[in-house]
Design a protein around this ligand. Structure first.
Ligand code: S3P
Length: 456
């Protein structure tokens, strides 16, 4: 018998959403914490790491490379850092990154600098995603990394085969100007740069999320940053990264769905506590504010060089979308993962919302431009796809929609949020993928007063 696909039945909200809660630890920061704590000299303590499957892949790879990681309690782990020279060849076969692009691209940077061979593999979706953006600059600095040529996409894809550097050879200096802002590419190069003989310089067209830079600085790495330029110069550096004692902030990308849900259901009052509010991640709050909504942010200090705050929706005029959205250029980069949530908001906003510069969205866990267009069509919301842009004409989502997540967690969650405002019940198919980032999603929605049934 085929395993039954997990699905959600979501019913329209009959009352405002109410609640104060936390979301899982930030996925991006969590990946980096497992990797950098493993490379530190000494013992790190990590609290509130993302419980999602993506981050678990990175943890498992570091363990396979000989790093001892111990759970102290349900939300605390101890990592015995092995230092930059301490990773060991993996005992088993290929290292499996599952659905996680961040795992594959960041780990490739570390593994390309080692003296042993390794192979990185991923699931069907990850195996379609472009890897030339990391293999080319890694090869340019002397690494022996190869993907599989995909003639349709004209790019290299996973599996990535990495040959160890022989005879004590080290990677060369690297100076890259990225065509597309990408934190994964930038981080891959900076991580490989920790092991290089020369410096690493990465220039982005606009600054993408800067968690790697902040964590490296907190650990004492010889890094300088000037806006979208970062330079790592290991000359004269001892090579010792200080261990971390880190409380991972809540994931703003998970919080975005609740902030949007509170706008979609009139009269809602929602508080998401302890969320990372690094400005490279909060573009979605600016986009919603431009629409007359948004969230109040109550600052709650810092964690590991990252600002943290509580998000309040439904107070002081927030919570209502009065205008259409316009998201383009630099703002698109700062809410790249929140576009699905913002499109759900646009579907019930007045007027024509425009989302531009979405080329990167086509190479995420799914082609999100196509997936969002299909989602809007299923809800009967008028829209147009024009090149790398999407225009959404706000309206009332019809009932009875059946949405295929296409195995993409953020498409599933966007569908569930929009379903709260629909005229009838919505079915969201293939939702097991939500476990990659937010295994608590359905429970949180129920806690807020939403009606979501999990089948299978
Ligand atoms: C991430 C970077 C972004 C983002 C992804 C997580 C990271 O990808 O979309 O979900 O943790 O570095 P790109 O670097 O491909 O833009």
């Amino acid at each position: 018998m085929w395993p039954r696909m997990r699905r959600w039945i979501v019913r329209p909200a009959t009352r405002p959403l109410r609640g104060a809660f936390r979301v899982p630890g930030d996925k991006s920061i969590s990946h980096r914490a497992w990797i950098l704590a493993s490379l530190a000299e000494g013992t790190s303590v990590l609290r509130g790491v993302s419980p999602g499957e993506d981050v678990a892949r990175t943890r498992a790879v570091m363990a396979a490379l000989g790093v001892t990681i111990t759970d102290l309690d349900a939300r605390t782990a101890r990592v015995e850092g092995v230092g930059l020279g301490g990773l060991r060849a993996p005992a088993g076969g290929a290292l499996d990154c599952g659905n996680a692009g961040t795992s594959m691209r960041l780990l490739a940077g570390v593994l390309a600098a080692q003296g042993f061979d390794s192979t990185l593999v991923g699931d069907a979706s990850l195996s379609r995603r472009p890897m030339g953006r990391i293999t080319r600059p890694l090869r340019a600095r002397g690494a022996n990394v190869e993907g599989v040529i995909d003639p349709v996409r004209r790019d290299e894809t996973a599996p990535l085969t990495i040959r160890g550097l022989t005879g004590g050879r080290r990677l060369f200096a690297s100076d890259e100007s990225l065509v597309v802002a990408s934190a994964q590419v930038k981080s891959c190069l900076l991580l490989s740069g920790l092991f290089a003989d020369g410096g690493t310089s990465v220039r982005e067209p606009t600054l993408s999320r800067d968690h790697t830079e902040r964590m490296l600085l907190a650990m004492g790495a010889p890094l300088r940053t000037m806006g979208p330029v970062s330079q790592l110069d290991p000359q004269g550096w001892s090579g010792a990264l200080a261990p971390l004692d880190l409380d991972v902030p809540g994931d703003p990308s998970a919080a975005a769905f609740w902030v949007v849900a509170a706008h979609v259901v009139e009269g809602s009052r929602v508080q998401v506590r302890g969320v990372g509010v690094n400005p490279t991640r909060t573009g979605f709050l600016e986009a919603l504010r431009d629409q007359g909504g948004g969230a109040g942010v109550a600052p709650k200090g810092e964690a590991g060089g990252e600002p943290v705050g509580d998000l309040h929706v439904g107070v002081a005029g927030t919570g209502t979308l009065r205008r259409a959205a316009h998201v383009a250029g630099e703002l698109t980069t700062r809410c790249i993962d929140e576009i699905p949530a913002l499109v759900a908001a646009a579907a019930v906003s007045p007027g024509e919302s425009r989302f531009e510069d979405l080329a990167e969205l086509r190479v995420k866990e799914s082609d999100r431009v196509a997936a969002l267009a299909a989602l809007l069509a299923a809800f009967g919301i008028a829209h147009r796809v024009t090149g790398d842009g999407l225009t959404v004409v706000g309206g009332k989502p019809r009932g009875g929609a059946v949405i295929d997540s296409r195995g993409d967690h953020r498409i599933a969650m966007a569908a569930a949020v929009l379903a709260l405002a629909a005229e009838g019940e919505t079915t969201v198919d293939d939702v097991a993928c939500v476990d990659t980032s937010d295994p608590d999603f359905a429970a949180i929605l129920r806690g807020l007063g939403g009606d979501i049934e999990v089948i299978g």
